[in-house]
Design a protein around this ligand. Structure first.
Ligand SMILES: Cc1cc2nc3c(=O)[nH]c(=O)nc-3n(C[C@H](O)[C@H](O)[C@H](O)COP(=O)(O)OP(=O)(O)OC[C@H]3O[C@@H](n4cnc5c(N)ncnc54)[C@H](O)[C@@H]3O)c2cc1C
Ligand code: FES
Ligand code: FES
Length: 1363
């Protein structure tokens, strides 16, 4: 039976406001999200798609609802990628564009983001803007509702509240520190002097409110009057009368799709009372259509494959919206949004109910704020019950003793059942006619006899990451003299690998009426391990069990001792200092001017490829990827071709020219575009489905059947060991031979070494996680020409690829890139394949075709950093001086070579950061049936550098001495650096700034004192250990040639084109400053003359500025500036005589810039100069030093970074703000590599961590709480362009200090357990330091071990499980 035909008695179109304008839609596909509507149907493109699953915040908009009864407006930030369009009826939506005030005046948030250098690539910026705005509005609302005007102590949010507003937003570029400064600039408890570098004031004396772009809440967008009137006028829906037929009510929107597969309908049905809902369900349940009850629809971020036919909106049913306090607690309607529940719990006030406080605090770590604003309590609980979702809410409500009210609407009258939450969760999915109506939370009042506490361990401390495990405990106790008696206990555990949260009933029983003692705690722990057991197949089973043990121990131990077991350092507010020296004599070089067009990025005006409106008749492509690593294949597109909107499938057979997808500009290596006959890795493109819309193309791609024949092939090679066994290697490229390798005779030195030790260190992959996924728009033109707009780091190569594929000359191919929403190496090579695919499709179909990868496909297709495995033997003296290092590194490069043949050189260079005396590294490029690995920020160098730090730490562990001591004695001297990296590369004494920076850092960061303090802390602290470590940076850079065209116009404006691409690194900003500086002989060299606004850097265009190179290696800014400098010099030479000539006619001898340009144009002087800067092609070494302090929680394995101090030598910086941004951003990218980002693949090489649910780039809560950066004031250097040095990637390697600091904390933990045996405890510790890894190194059984030894103090307990 199909979908019944409902017709609403009074059919009303969907009406809402978008940025103050009325929108009325009479026909809507119910599956349409707000994001896809905004992006495809409106001119507002500021709202971005970064993940489509609620995990990145790029799509955040403001949603305001008006209540005609209370006349109140409620505004909240939401993820528009999860909100269904149909559910915003009557709402007002504001995007970042809508924040602009009269006269197009930007909002204070937008201006401050630009002023505080909080936008680099800008792709996250609109989402950040809206997140901050959401927080301000929420606070204003809360102030209004909670606090009588006279009682308000402040009218702004706190720093912590504002910082936490960014919890659900990812920024991959900035490292968050400047964004957090923007947040704090709106807070009541900020000292403005503590805010970082900005353009509002030059020094602390200017740090005053009046110098900030003013914020006037009353000028913020108001709920539109027309909508208020309409909502007031709307009739309250009447209950259907007995005589009314079902068909006369309910249906709001019906969408019909016809294709060869038949007709598919989607329906949006609303129910405004329980009775109506009963009627709807009665009819709908008789059909075989898939029905979804909808409140917030946020579950779609997780369960994406569920595609309901009928959406039944229950969000407006009054019985589901109750939020009522009674004598026993709180009744919470199931459709109550989680944020509303938090507000309500908080409204109880401090010290009133431990349960209310505990729940509210825990809930603030659930998801991100935008999800909480829209996701409902009932939705969460039903997900927990129906889909075994790892819910926090279910666990903590279970712990609090909540019950559920379930209504069965199947009979003539609703029947209500009150179930304890345990029973509700255990019940399994509700029947077709049942719904969750509400939950009741008993809110026990505060007393000394009631204790409620919740726990969670997750990849990120403050949210937007589901828990590895969570728990909530409620106990009633009595105290007898010094003793604590547990009268009753409720112990709930969830998310640990269970179908749903459960109570540990046996442990509860065990504790009941017992006097608490350590032996009772031990008994409880033992019982818990038997009762709360992760299901078979759960990942990290032992770790999750150890978490549960840790939670219980933490709780009981604190009851017993009367003190918290674990006190972690509070991370808010974040603070940071930036130190630098401005060189005024080269004005405007070095000045911290705001990034070019950063205000446009914040306001949503900046145009990215996917923001370019689709041309008429534009089609959309979606990739079909291989799901086998090595097989012959046949594609069957029959089913897909019948899918709605499908045009065709483009495969290898449609390529008119050569099958090339990628040409590597450095080594000329070619990679195919589409697999032909055989696939070599999972994720390899087989072709693209082309359809009329993005959604249709994706749906159809999912319907392509691929037959694989794996029998005729050998087993695929899935890792380095298998590659070695089968001799499967990529050839080494002699052009990229490692420099100065080997150094001395390591073999011989090893023989003579005082001590010798062997070890292994591995590094895993890392995904770029650029916020803008790969995207391209190809538009065919006359005479076999084609224009491709794409986000590419290598336009020139892409032009060649497309020309080769299409068998047309390069001059027929125009590739245009205006800006990239982040790249980090991922758009240097892998982008070509994506853009070439749509070029082939467009060329064949003679229609524009565009593609924009969804996050999961992007992650599957784009191989990240190459994993490595290094076996080493190191020789050293008892002081830690390394005398020899011999190592072999296997690099898992994947099937195609991509840029992997650079890796031997880069890894070698990275490893040479310390003076080993003698050094011998062999690097082998393993060819496997995995996705090709590619450049990721600091490719090779990051891996090499971490391996080096791991080896130094290994030596320190072997000797039982401090890692810093070992680094000190192995720090390069001017002789050793020349030996290891080459004298030329160091740049003489002036260039070798490392020792000075190292010493400066040691004193500025008080390393020696802090080491002692930490030792004392660790001796006192049982369950939290700290570590401090320094690391150096010696990074080899190579500047490639570049081109520039500088064109001056008669009005004095200047257009500049350079070979480099703007991807957030501030290249265009530096070019503007360079041009202003280099043309300054033509105008007054005076700070009052600001030439910068006259200079526009144009988008990159492969025809307008051909034969550029590839952006990469951190030096493209330098190369572009060098080319621009050269072009300016030509213009100066040409125009200087004109200035002199014109000056003669002026009484004061002054020739204004505009006058000069007008006259020069009239005099027919060529005002354009095009130059190629030819690089001397000499590498040079960059230096830096870093120190990090971390804290590790031994019960959970979680790490917090307490403080980081970095000093980096970027030479005479061209823009200190840009360079500091690169240092901070690069370092935080590195934090991801060593701490949070864990790439997991299955046995076939399919990426398991392929989205924001499973892959965790750092968020604002994973950055250092104190983050100080200094740009070293290094002398001018004739061999460096404008005496500046590269900065994009090198500072990343300083993250070795975080990694080593964690190791030091783990060492301290192990020392507690191993005692004197820890002296030579050279345990293997490879990044990333995920919580499970750290915990297992500290001892998964550390609690049991502690209890055992505490109960038998006289005996030494052997530790069983330290790895
Ligand atoms: C990015 C992200 C991160 C998250 N992180 C966490 C986290 O850390 N911890 C955590 O606990 N949760 C987390 N969540 C889950 C989040 O809390 C839920 O997605 C949200 O609460 C669901 O509410 P909803 O109204 O959007 O549900 P919907 O998506 O509308 O519905 C969810 C399901 O419940 C059904 N349903 C809804 N209401 C009822 C009802 N009254 N009766 C019967 N069935 C009903 C629906 O039919 C559907 O099957 C996260 C979610 C996202 C998107
Ligand atoms: S696109 Fe919506 S949260 Fe990422
Ligand atoms: S500026 Fe935040 S992602 Fe690029």
């Amino acid at each position: 039976m199909g979908i019944p035909s409902f017709v609403e008695s009074e059919h009303r179109p969907l009406v809402f406001a978008l940025n103050g304008q009325r929108v009325e839609l009479s026909s809507v596909d119910p599956a349409t999200t707000l994001l896809s509507y905004i992006r495809s149907e409106t001119p507002f493109k500021g709202t971005k798609r970064g993940c489509g699953e609620g995990g990145c915040g790029a799509c955040v908009v403001m949603l305001a609802r008006y209540n005609p009864v209370t006349k109140e407006v409620k505004e909240s930030s939401v993820n528009s990628c999860l909100v269904l369009l149909c559910s915003i009826d009557g709402c007002a939506i504001t995007t970042t564009e809508g924040l602009r005030g009269g006269g197009n005046n930007l909002h204070a948030i937008q201006k401050r983001i630009s002023a505080f250098h909080g936008s680099q690539c800008g792709f996250c910026t609109p989402g950040m803007t809206m997140a901050i705005y959401g927080c301000l509005k929420h606070d204003q609302q809360q102030q209004r509702s909670l606090t009588p005007v006279g009682d308000r102590t402040h009218s702004k949010p706190s720093c912590e509240k504002l910082e936490r507003a960014l919890q659900g937003n990812i920024c991959r570029c900035t490292g968050y520190r400047p964004l957090l400064d923007v947040c704090k600039s709106f807070a009541w408890d900020v000292d403005l002097e503590d805010l970082g570098l900005n353009t509002c004031w030059a020094d602390k004396s200017g740090a005053k409110e009046e110098n900030l772009p003013p914020y006037e809440p009353n000028a913020d967008p108001q709920f539109p009057k027309f909508l208020v009137d309409e909502l007031e006028a709307r009739k309250v829906p009447s209950e259907p009368t007995q005589t009314e037929t079902l068909q006369s009510v309910g249906e709001r929107f019906r969408h019909v799709e016809s294709s060869n597969e038949g007709k598919r309908e989607r329906l949006w049905v609303t129910a405004s009372t329980l009775n109506e809902l009963r009627e709807r369900l009665h009819v709908l349940n008789q059909t075989n259509q898939q029905l979804k009850l909808v409140v917030g629809n946020t579950s779609a971020g997780i369960y994406k494959d569920l595609r309901p036919d009928v959406f039944l909106d229950i969000s407006q049913i009054p019985e589901l919206l109750t939020l009522r306090r009674d004598d026993h607690g709180l009744e919470v309607g199931a459709a109550t949004r989680i944020a509303e529940l938090i507000d309500c719990l908080e409204s109880f006030g401090a010290g009133k109910s431990p349960v209310a406080e505990g729940l509210a605090e825990h809930l603030k770590k659930l998801a991100g704020g935008h999800v909480r604003n829209w996701g409902s309590v009932g939705g969460n609980l039903v997900m927990a019950q129906k889909f075994a979702f790892a819910s926090d809410l279910a666990t903590i409500l279970l712990g609090a003793g909540a019950s559920a009210r379930v209504v069965d609407l199947g009979g003539a009258h609703p029947s209500v059942a009150e179930l304890p939450l345990d029973d509700f969760l255990a019940k399994g999915a509700l029947g077709n006619n049942s719904i969750l109506q509400s939950v009741h939370i008993p809110l026990v009042a505060y007393s000394r006899e009631v204790v409620f506490k919740t726990f969670r361990a997750a990849p990120r401390p403050y949210g937007n990451a589901v828990s590895f495990s969570n728990a909530a405990f409620l106990v009633h106790i009595s105290r007898e003299r010094e003793e604590v008696v547990i009268e009753t206990a409720r112990l709930a555990f969830g998310a640990f690998g269970t179908k749903h949260a459960i109570r540990a009933l046996k442990v509860e029983e065990l504790l009941k009426s017992k006097t608490l003692s350590l032996s009772l705690v031990k008994e409880a722990v033992e019982a818990l391990k038997k009762e709360v057991v992760p299901l078979e197949g759960t990942s990290m089973k032992e770790y999750r069990t150890s978490l549960n043990v840790g939670f219980l121990f933490d709780f009981l131990n604190s009851l017993l001792s009367g003190e918290p077991t674990v006190t972690s350092t509070h991370l808010f507010p974040h603070v940071g200092k930036q130190n630098f020296t401005l060189t005024d004599d080269r004005f405007p070089l070095s000045q911290p001017i705001a990034k070019f067009l950063s205000q446009n990025q914040a306001s949503g005006d900046a145009v990215y490829v996917d923001d370019i409106p689709s041309p008429p008749h534009c089609l959309h492509a979606a990739f079909v990827l291989s799901s086998e690593p090595y097989a012959a294949f046949d594609v069957d597109t029959a089913a897909a071709r019948d899918s709605t909107g499908v045009v065709t499938f483009i495969s290898v057979d449609d390529i008119p020219g050569e099958n090339i997808g990628i040409i590597n500009p450095y080594n000329g290596a070619k990679e195919i575009l589409f697999a032909g006959g055989i696939v070599f890795y999972v994720g390899q493109p087989l072709g693209v489905m082309v359809a009329d819309t993005y959604e249709h193309a994706q749906l159809a791609a999912g319907k392509v059947n691929v037959d694989y024949d794996t029998h005729s092939f050998g087993a695929p090679i899935m890792n380095c060991d298998e590659a070695v066994a089968k001799d499967s290697f990529h050839p080494m490229n002699p052009a990229f031979a490692p420099p100065h390798n080997p150094v001395g005779d390591a073999e011989e030195s090893l023989k003579e070494a005082d001590f010798k030790s062997e070890g292994i260190v591995t590094t895993k992959s890392q995904y770029h996680f650029y916020m803008e996924t790969q995207t391209a728009l190809a538009i065919p033109d006359e005479d076999d020409c084609i224009t491709v707009y794409t986000a590419s780091q290598a336009l020139d190569c892409l032009q060649q690829v497309i020309a080769g594929c299409l068998s047309i000359p390069s001059h027929n191919v125009r590739v245009i890139t205006r800006r990239l929403g982040g790249a980090f190496g991922g758009k240097a090579f892998r982008n070509m394949q994506i853009a070439a695919a749509v070029a082939v499709a467009a060329f064949k179909l003679r229609r524009p075709v565009r593609v924009s990868l969804d996050r999961n496909t992007d992650m599957q297709m784009v191989g990240g950093r190459a994993p490595t495995k290094t076996n080493f033997t190191v020789g050293f003296t008892k002081t830690g001086k390394i005398t020899a290092l011999k190592a072999k590194t296997l690099v898992e490069s994947g099937w195609f070579v991509d840029n992997n043949d650079f890796n031997p050189m880069l890894i070698t260079s990275g490893m040479k950061k310390y003076n080993y005396g003698t050094f011998d590294l062999t690097t082998i490029l393993c060819r496997t049936n995995n996705v090709p690995k590619t450049a990721v920020r600091a490719p090779g160098d990051a891996e090499g550098s971490i391996i080096a730090d791991a080896i130094v730490d290994h030596v320190a562990s072997c000797l039982g001495i401090s890692g810093n001591q070992v680094r000190d004695v192995n720090l390069h001297t001017s002789e050793s650096i020349a030996l290891f990296h080459g004298a030329d590369a160091v740049g003489g004494a002036d260039g070798f700034t490392l020792p000075a920076m190292w010493e400066r850092l040691k004193s500025r960061a008080r390393i020696d004192e802090r080491e002692k303090e930490i030792m004392e802390f660790n001796a006192q602290s049982k369950w939290v250990k700290r570590g401090l470590a320094m690391a150096s940076c010696t990074y080899g850079a190579f500047t490639f040639g570049n081109t520039a065209t500088v064109s001056i116009f008669g009005d004095g404006s200047i257009a500049v084109e350079v070979g480099g691409v703007e991807m957030g690194q501030g290249l265009y900003t530096k070019v503007r400053q360079t041009v202003a500086y280099c043309l300054s002989p033509l105008w007054k060299k005076n700070k009052d003359v600001d030439m910068i606004p006259n200079i526009r850097v144009l988008q990159s265009d492969s025809l307008s500025l051909p034969n550029s190179f590839c952006d990469g290696g951190s030096t493209t800014s330098e190369g572009s500036c060098a080319a621009a400098q050269q072009a300016c010099e030509v213009l100066v030479q040409r125009l200087q005589p004109v200035v002199e000539q014109l000056a003669k006619d002026k009484t004061d001898g002054e020739v204004s810039w505009e006058y000069l340009c007008t006259m020069a144009k009239l005099m027919q002087i060529d005002l354009q100069s095009h130059e190629r800067w030819v690089s001397p092609m000499k590498p040079y070494v960059l230096f830096g030093a870093g120190a990090s302090e971390v804290e590790v929680n031994l019960l959970t394995g979680e790490t917090r970074i307490l403080a980081v101090d970095l000093i980096y030598d970027s030479g005479k910086s061209i823009n200190v703000a840009v360079d500091i941004g690169q240092v901070e951003g690069g370092f935080v990218f590195g934090i991801g590599f060593v701490l949070t980002e864990d790439v997991e693949r299955d046995a076939k090489g399919k990426l398991l961590s392929d989205g924001t649910w499973t892959y965790k780039p750092p968020t604002m809560d994973t950055i250092p709480q104190k983050f100080n950066v200094e740009l070293y004031n290094s002398p001018e250097h004739k061999d460096r362009i404008l005496s500046s040095k590269a900065v994009g990637e090198p500072p990343l390697v300083l993250v070795g200090s975080v990694y080593s600091a964690i190791r030091n904390a783990i060492r301290a933990a192990r020392k507690d357990h191993l005692g004197s045996n820890a002296d030579s405890d050279a345990f293997e510790f490879s990044p990333p330091a995920t919580a499970d890894k750290v915990k297992s190194l500290c001892g998964l059984d550390n609690v049991e071990h502690h209890l055992l030894s505490a109960l038998k103090p006289s005996k030494t307990i052997p530790h069983g499980k330290l790895v």
